[in-house]
Structure formats: C-alpha cells, structure tokens
Design a protein around this ligand. Structure first.
Ligand code: SF4
Length: 326
C-alpha cells in the first residue's frame, strides 16, 4: 500500500486508488475523531478565526494531528472558498497540496483536463483509472441498495443511510474491507421488519456536524429517507464513463443543478418535509432563500456550529416542525 492522501471533499478517488495510495476524506477523519471539538480548538489556537466554519478548522486540526498525511488534494472550485486559505496554512506547515477544480458550468472538457492533471500528478493512465472505477462501482452499487432499502422498503435508519453513503467519498481507505461491512449490513437489514415512522423527511445540505440528529428525529416518529449530499458521494447515476460520472454528480455544481436532483428525489420518496442544514458561517446559507422558493414542501432551516449534540433550541425547533407536519 502507498502513502495516505488527504481529500477536502469528494474527488475522482479512482485516481488515488489507481496509484496504489490510500485516500482519506479529511471531513470523516475530523468528525470521527474521539475529540473533534479539540481539533477545532487546535485550529483556533493556531490563529483560525472564531467566526469561521468548524469543518474547515476541524480539517486543519485533523491534518496537524495525523503526521502521516503529508499530501492532500484540495478542491479549489465547487466546494468551499475557505479551502484556499486552508491550503495556504497547510502549505505553511509543510503539507503538499494538489489543487482540483470542478468547472462551475459542468464543462466536460475542463473536467476531463482536471482529472488528467490529477492523473499526471499520480502517474496513472486511463486503463488503470477505469479498472479502479469498476472496482469502486461494484461497492457503490451495493450502497445504492442500502439507499433503496431506506426509502422503498423502510428497513434502514436515517443515520445508517447517512453513514454508508458518506463513506463512499474514500471507501474508508480500503474498498474490500468496506464492501464486507456493507455486505454484512445488507444481510442484517434484509432480516428486519419494516420501520413505521409516520413522517418522512429529506435532509439537504452538507452533512450535519452534530451526531444525534437522526436518532432524535426517529425517537419522535420521523425518519430521514433522503440524504442529499451523502447520496451524491455514491455517484448515484449509472453512466459508465468516469468523466460523465463526475459531471452528473451534483454537489460541486451550484444550487439549481442540485435542486433538479432534490425535487426528483423528494417526489419519488414520498417526503413530507425538508430539513435544510446550513453550517454556521458557511456561504451556502445564502442559498437557503433559493431552496425555500423552489421547494413546495415545508422546509426547516437548521444551523449547526460545533461538533457535538443538538442544542436545546434546535431540539425545540425540530419538535415544532414535526408537530406542524403532523
Ligand atoms: S460547511 Fe460551508 S463553509 Fe464549511 S467547509 Fe463546507 S462549504 Fe465550506
């Protein structure tokens, strides 16, 4: 196995696997740390402002903690403008940063060029990248089944749906081991009786920084049956061509393209209400006004700041939203 390569968000991870390296989604590394709050504090001690998104600070703290990650691929367009300053501070700390840009207008030629530049950096060719895609697609297809069992057969919880899909950004660094986990989960889930929550919810926006949202909703008779961004990490469209896959992937390409997918899925999944998660200090909060105009269902905009549990105010807002939906 080669060295570990950090990722600031989903990139064509096939390139990293084709090079024999191990991708590490830095968001997952941060949020699964035993003390994610301490990683945020670490960044603040280093000089990161208090009024900046905790995901960025957590990624910085995670890279500083894991000294075996010396190379990372940073998405400079299509994810987060804060990534630019993150890259610079990490470069200052001696980390090699490789930029990757999703073209704003989903231009196929530009996207192909970006992927080929990444391939040149890692010294891999198209046949090896295609082989990696076929391997990863086999795992992705199984995770699509988890998603279908969530909304169509009601056998999977919102948190489980979140977890398996979010891990498709890096396949936990070991697709074989991750596939075994997925297989075991699928076998268990198929043995279950269907769940009976009366309210079906969509969760849109970046993944939540708090870890008890899904459980809280389920304790109150509601379940998330559509996790928008997490599902995108599984590249849920079945085109065979790698460039096309990352062109159809909605997350990096602006709210109107994302909304096409959101509206299609909330109709297909029989959703009653939508939770739009907006991270504190995130530019994506501005898009909430577009979301509210375009979605013809009740929308609750939820804001999270630091990692941890739901605060009392957020719980009350969730309770009121569920009461209203009832
Ligand atoms: S939540 Fe928003 S501000 Fe934070 S890293 Fe993601 S895109 Fe950037």
């Amino acid at each position: 196995m080669g060295y570990r390569v950090g990722l600031t968000t989903t990139i064509p991870v096939e390139v990293i696997y084709a090079a024999g390296c191990v991708p590490v989604d830095l968001n997952n590394l941060f949020i699964t740390d035993p003390h994610p709050g301490a990683l945020v504090e670490e960044a603040e001690l280093a000089g990161y402002p208090r009024n900046l998104c905790a995901w960025i600070k957590g990624i910085y703290g995670a890279v500083m903690k894991h000294s075996d990650i010396r190379v990372l691929v940073a998405v400079t367009q299509g994810d987060c403008s804060n990534t630019h300053a993150l890259m610079e501070t990490l470069e200052l700390a001696g980390i090699k940063v490789i930029p990757f840009a999703y073209p704003f207008d989903r231009d196929r030629d530009l996207l192909k060029l970006q992927i080929e530049k990444l391939m040149a950096h890692f010294g891999v060719d198209w046949p090896s990248v295609e082989r990696a895609r076929e391997r990863l697609d086999a795992v992705r297809r199984k995770v699509w089944v988890i998603d279908r069992l969530t909304w169509e057969e009601n056998l999977v919880s919102g948190w489980e749906n979140h977890l398996y899909q979010v891990n498709c950004s890096d396949f936990k660094g070991d697709p074989d081991a991750f596939e075994r986990e997925v297989d075991e989960f699928l076998a268990r889930a198929r043995e279950r009786s269907p769940r009976r929550e009366e309210i079906r919810l969509a969760y849109i926006g970046v993944p939540p920084i708090m870890d008890d949202l899904y459980d809280y909703l389920e304790e109150r008779g509601a379940r998330v049956v559509f996790n928008e961004t997490q599902r995108q990490f599984t590249l849920p469209y079945a085109a065979a061509d790698l460039v096309e896959r990352y062109r159809l992937y909605t997350y990096p390409y602006g709210i109107f393209y994302r909304l096409e997918d959101i509206l299609r899925e909330i109709a297909r999944r029989g959703v009653h209400g939508v939770i739009h998660y907006a991270q504190s200090f995130c530019f994506r909060q501005i898009e909430d006004l577009i979301v509210r105009q375009k979605i013809r269902l009740p929308v609750l905009t939820l804001e999270g700041d630091k990692p941890g549990r739901l605060d009392a105010r957020t719980r009350m807002r969730l309770d009121a939203f569920l009461d209203m939906l009832r």
